[in-house]
Design a protein around this ligand. Sequence first.
Ligand code: SAM
Length: 236
Amino acid sequence: MTNNHPALAIDPYYDGVPAYMTEVYDWAYVDPKWVRALDHNWVVRVLLFLNDQRLMRAYLNEIKPGMRVWQLAHVYGDLVTRAAEKVGPTGAFHLTDVTPIQIEHGTRKLAGMDWTKVIRSDAAAFVGEEFVDYDLICSFFLLHEVPDEKKFEIVDHMLNSLPKGSKAVFVDYHNPAKWQPIRYILNVVNHYLEPFANALWKNEISSYASKADCFTWRKRTFFGGVYQCVVVEHKP
Ligand SMILES: C[S@@+](CC[C@H](N)C(=O)[O-])C[C@H]1O[C@@H](n2cnc3c(N)ncnc32)[C@H](O)[C@@H]1O
């Protein structure tokens, strides 16, 4: 007799993945065969127009050995390994992601580093036993990928979770200068592939925080304004 229980129709790689991920980013982040093909340093390098190393440094330079760090989402290539190595065995490195295949890749990369944990969670809702008082919380190219209502939730959750004296770091897209030719390429890319990215051209990241005034916002831009790194701390 055939078992038609609906649970059997659920592909574990898609189970619980938010609709915006399957509808917009299936090939990029959810479908395991694409993820296996894309999880390489050279892919990140091409996607970031050769700015990968300096954008990663903007985050990695904020990490000091022994820190407790939460990175909100997995990133292709070796960034998570480098961040975890910099934290080192006297600290804690927690990586969350909402997609099963990304958890699989993150877990493989961090295997053997027992100061790391890879936890399946929506970044906007991460709490629970693994949650500690973090010294550094980092969103690396996550905000441009989520719908605006999720941007509000993620930024607020990060900042509500941020202890006094700790830092939140956002590395992401920004509004490129008019003279920057990449602006016009990204306009087309965003139109067809990244429907939630243009919001970061129009809005400061601070505008997604409901208590923005309680924090200091230090923004640096890169590559003619194509990218930004924003470091956020509680006001003294
Ligand atoms: C960090 S972003 C993109 C980074 C960069 N483009 C790269 O090369 O990987 C991609 C990740 O965000 C994850 N993601 C999307 N929405 C999320 C959410 N709400 N919470 C946690 N992770 C999320 C995806 O599953 C994916 O692994």
